[in-house]
Design a protein around this ligand. Sequence first.
Ligand code: ADP
Length: 396
Amino acid sequence: MNNLKIMAINSGSSSLKFKLYEMPAEKVCVSGIIERIGSPEAQFSINNKTKTLAIKNHEEAIRCLLTELLKQNFIDELNEIVGVGHRVAHGGEFFDRSTIVNKKEFARIEQLGELAPLHNPVNAMGIKVFSEVLPQSIQVAVFDTAFHQTIPSYNYLYPLPYSLYQKYKIRKYGFHGTSHQYVAKRAAEFLKLDFQEANFITCHLGNGASICCIKDGKSFDTSMGFTPTDGVMMGTRSGGIDPMIFPFLEKNLLLDVNKIEHIINKESGLLGISGISNDFRDVQNSARNGNELSKIAIKMFVRKISEYILSYTSELKRIDGIVFTAGIGEHSAYVRQQICEQLTCLNVKLNKQKNNDNDKLISSKNSKVKVLVIPTDEELVIAKDTYKLVHNLVNV
Ligand code: ADP
């Protein structure tokens, strides 16, 4: 079978991550990131080589990227890129899987900007610019929320007036779906289990963090909610807290809603408690040097995650594995060990050496529940889904 060139794109408000694949071989041809888009000193990194240049907007960034791919011979002509897969934060209740984006789907993605104002508009812009700059390519959207569309209503509804759900679609959506699904599938492969029958609790612990309860290969519950702020404590996000704190801040401290949003999304979490950093390594270093607030921040982070894991176990008759992924989950043996210590009532036991080595299976032989470390690869999922949707449509 001929390999096709597929681009995976993750666009943020001032950044654009890219990975060009040959599919179905899953070969990465080139990858990189353009940061500080909109600045005269934007950073363009391609295969780890960085240059500084002025980039006005996303359109210019994409044009610049394509010119560079041609110049460095990663492609001979633009037509070679037959599909572009875009990470899209919010698919609402419309999208339960990845989809080709035509006019109708594009309008829906834009409309969902109401629910994800920081993400969907830039994701939509990425789709629009690629369809203009590479008009022969097929655009595909891969949604962070799609995997969680199987969550039953008693888990996705909030105990608010039901009319708020009916009229405004206020409910749990969940995020990081691509990552939870990917690592759970890889874990099932590794353990030689049929994914459709597998039960996992997956912990995506990066700057943003969420836990997912996967029952029979489907998302059954997850910690993020209506927005990615809910759930566990994160780098700068509070996670779930008493909702009456918000009106208190408004009424008693006279803070406006923008300031309150800023506090809970950007000034809280590990950064808020430690006062040191949102980056786990920095907080850990300062804790090692005796900083009490950093120690408390880590304790809180660990506690919240183990609370979610324990609450999800009540839903599962059998747990095939607890899976750790993303920056902290993949690299911090310390956090994994701290979390698993909170799970002793489940008879979870780690193999110290394997945990320290970031091995794939880190639980000890006598552990009742298997514990795994599986690196996430959201770009690969984007490329795979895009290939699946476009390969029958292109003539090569
Ligand atoms: P994002 O959510 O931005 O994609 P990542 O998945 O890259 O984030 O995770 C970033 C987090 O991972 C940071 O808090 C960083 O400190 C943490 N991290 C990366 N490597 C290590 C490590 N070796 N030990 C502990 N934490 C780590």
